[in-house]
Write a protein of this length. Structure first.
Length: 327
């Protein structure tokens, strides 16, 4: 009677383990870790409208640096950051989020969110959008703040700040040399980042909420760059929308963020695995699929137990029961 039960347990275990697929993220130490995506196609740079999205799990209060960067284009907008130690009067807490527009005079127009984020091991979906009229920040699909900059003194936007368009895009920090010779080596984020998305359209709130928990195919209309961070190993990450390769550490070994298993709340989908153009992989949240497969295994276990549960182990294997009489 015990053998079928053990087999059932092993069967359930096998099903649960099989649910764990390639869902990874990158962990940044807040000191110098960074992903640098250089030399992006200048014909695809964002102008009139854009959206930045990412799943983040911040560690600590982000006080260590000035405006820790999640996603940012050096020398131009857009960017998505935390307040950190900035002196901006609206940043009364370092874990508030902010986004910026670059103005023609070289200054930035900054919008700071209202919500203070919990830094105790919690995932947040962050999004910043600009539709050439309204600049908005969303947290977990809910509107945090929305401003119309042109009604508040915003100047004509600046496409690029001198030659900094060649700097590409930075994730998790900033590291670049400005035209004035100032080396920016700060604004580092401490925590985990997953599912970085850059759109060339200003996404609506309903669109953000509908797709923020879904893994994308890379072919969605308006999607410019998409780094799901699911390689799980190596020193390069690739966009599965438009081509864009990111170097972990920006070429510096000690500045490479660490690969970790992601438990961001994502539902599964089918897509081509980064770096494997001819293969298809299922990307799932391990916890979600483990529950599903556990339930399947439990049902099978009940059926097996009802079918074989009252049998003697020798009968289960088709062996005649042997009894020994003790005198």
């Amino acid at each position: 009677m015990l053998i079928p039960r053990y087999l059932t347990i092993l069967f359930v275990f096998f099903l649960c383990v099989s649910a764990y697929e390639d869902n990874y993220a990158l962990s940044f130490d807040g000191e110098d870790d960074i992903v640098r995506v250089g030399h992006l196609n200048t014909d695809l740079l964002l102008s009139d409208s854009w959206t930045l999205e990412a799943w983040v799990k911040p560690f600590g209060d982000q006080k260590g640096h000035f405006q820790p960067n999640i996603i940012g284009f050096p020398g131009r907008h857009p960017n998505l950051e935390f307040c950190g130690t900035t002196t901006n009067t609206d940043c009364d807490n370092p874990t508030k989020t902010l986004t910026q527009l670059r103005e023609k005079d070289g200054n930035y127009y900054t919008v700071v969110g209202n919500k203070t984020l919990d830094t105790d091991n919690k995932w947040y979906h962050l999004a910043a959008t600009w539709d050439n009229v309204t600049l908005s920040l969303y947290i977990d699909g809910e509107l945090d703040i929305s401003i119309k900059p042109y009604q508040h003194g915003y100047n004509e936007p600046l496409g690029c700040y001198f030659e900094l368009c060649d700097e590409g895009l930075d994730i998790g920090g900033y590291r670049f040399l400005s035209p004035q010779g100032t080396y920016y080596n700060n604004q580092y984020f401490k925590g985990i980042i997953d599912e970085v998305r850059v759109w060339r359209v200003g996404r609506t709130q309903s669109e953000i909420k509908k797709f923020m928990n879904q893994v994308l195919s890379g072919a969605e209309p308006g999607l410019l760059y998409y780094w799901p961070f699911d390689e799980g190993t190596g020193t390069l990450v690739s966009s599965i929308a438009e081509v864009g390769y990111g170097a972990l550490g920006g070429g510096i070994l000690t500045a490479e963020p660490r690969w970790v298993r992601s438990d961001a709340p994502l539902i599964f989908s089918y897509r081509t695995k980064p770096g494997h153009s001819n293969s298809s992989a299922i990307y799932v949240t391990a916890g979600f699929m483990s529950v599903v497969f556990f339930l399947i295994g439990a049902i099978v276990g009940v059926v097996l137990h009802r079918r074989f549960g009252n049998r003697n182990p020798s009968q289960y294997f088709g062996v005649s029961q042997v009894t020994t009489e003790v005198n």
